[in-house]
Design a protein. Sequence first.
Length: 241
Amino acid sequence: MSTPRCFLDDALAEGAELPGTAAQAHHLGTVLRRGVGDAVALFNARDGEYAARIAQLRRDRCAFVVGARRRAPAPEPDLRLVVAALKRDALDWVVEKATELGVSAIQPVTTRRSVVDRVNVERLSAIARGATEQCERLSVPVVHAARPLRAVLDAWDGAPLLVGAERRDAVPIRGVAATLRLPCGWLVGPEGGFDPAELDDATRRAFVTPVALGPRILRAETAAVAGLAVLQALAGDWAAI
């Protein structure tokens, strides 16, 4: 039986007793059937990961006693996902998988062909925390509120940003990704693709490179995950494995 992992933003130190959240209490007690005295692991990017025990457990509250540190904090990849605001189920799935793939930040954007103009940041952040607990990373990616694509590009810090442009004469993503090092980002459009003028505005910026993901047209959520995997393999922390 694996040890459950719980993200806590409180300072972790051996011997401390720290409260958990109502969601963690429900998951540990109702879903996993754990009880007082059972082992858990507590973590965050600042302090690393610690062994711990459940000290209190009710339906809507819990507390932990922190044990010895098991993993020290370490730098994690600065890989960013900029994705058009998709329908709820698709975006939920993208956030979960992007977290597993190691992204540092997820920025939903609104575009001319978007079918959604706002996202529930609280719900998406909770999905990211849950995925972080499952995949053994230490940091939870930041999920930003949706903003217009142009505003996000205007505020971009100049890190390389690849954009999926399947219908254009774009170079294969592999050749471009192999020349990069993090930080970098991956931009994916809405279900109907970018408006041509919108894509022109993006690609005229020096830090944006249009790339292709192969001979097939992919769904937006598929393209998001496929591009992140390529970037991790060729420019990110997969390259060190």
